[in-house]
Design a protein around this ligand. Structure first.
Ligand SMILES: Nc1ncnc2c1ncn2[C@@H]1O[C@H](COP(=O)(O)OP(=O)(O)OP(=O)(O)O)[C@@H](O)[C@H]1O
Length: 240
């Protein structure tokens, strides 16, 4: 479970996230939806401890990301929207580095690395430096890393954007299984269709403010009766 309580974030004078509170329950796939520049990545970066909150609190499985950072970080895996990190490392080195950090035993990691890198068709590229990878391959490497780590909470920022259809399908299946096994999946998207296919619950953000949190059925009902949501629905549908 992720709990975000009255969180604010500003870049200079610009408010990026304004008093956002939301709860991502265990055992669900939760979609964080909003047009470009809405504040999705900023929120996710605060949840993962990459950016400090200006005010408010965030806990992951009850561990506070600000005051109990290491314990909170043990609870989740993160796939960033721009996976342009560790570029000098070879793919395999990155996966071992991550496995070392999370204390994954040698035989377990070997088996997981093979299974998931083959599933996402990057097995053959693991001996190459990440800087030679395409955007989609980098994304698949980070997804593989999360699967090797096997954390309870998955946090993914725009995970489908660079993926080919087969990988996108595989990831969606894995997300469904993870939630069905009683874990938490939190992902952002600016594509309504992806969220509609996958999610049990959604939150919608625009201009840093949360407009809605609830089930897909509640979202559709509200779209028909709320001007601001109808407007955002149009923006999101045009993006799809
Ligand atoms: N490092 C930064 N410095 C200044 N402003 C920023 C910075 N990062 C984001 N912003 C601004 O904060 C707002 C929220 O951006 P954010 O990246 O969180 O949106 P997003 O919903 O993830 O968008 P997208 O779907 O385009 O990735 C935007 O207006 C953006 O221009």
């Amino acid at each position: 479970m992720i709990q975000i309580v009255h969180v604010h974030k500003q870049y200079g004078n610009k408010k990026a996230v304004s008093d956002v509170s939301l709860t991502v329950p265990t055992g669900k796939i939760f979609g964080f939806l909003g047009p470009n520049g809405a504040g999705k990545s900023t929120t996710i970066k605060m949840v993962t401890g990459i950016l400090p909150v200006d005010s408010g609190t965030i806990t992951v499985n009850g561990k506070d990301i600000t005051s109990d950072t290491i314990a909170a970080k043990q609870e989740f895996g993160y796939v960033p929207d721009s996976p342009d990190l560790f570029l000098r490392l070879k793919g395999l080195d990155y996966l071992h580095f991550l496995s070392d950090i999370y204390g994954i035993a040698a035989d377990v990691r070997e088996a997981r690395i093979e299974e998931y890198s083959k599933m996402f068709s990057i097995y053959e590229a693991l001996g190459d430096q990440i800087k030679t990878y395409s955007h989609g391959m980098r994304q698949k490497l980070f997804i593989t890393g999360m699967l090797v780590q096997q954390p309870s909470v998955w946090i993914l920022d725009e995970p489908m954007t660079g993926l080919d259809p087969k990988s996108s399908y595989q990831l969606k299946e894995l997300m469904r299984n993870h939630a069905a096994n009683g874990h938490t999946v939190f992902f952002s998207s600016h594509v309504l269709e992806v969220v509609e296919q996958l999610c049990d619950e959604v939150a919608i953000i625009r201009k840093g403010e949360l407009l809605f949190q609830g089930t897909l059925t509640e979202m559709r009902e509200k779209f028909q009766s709320d001007d601001s949501l109808e407007h955002i629905f149009l923006e999101l549908t045009q993006d799809a």
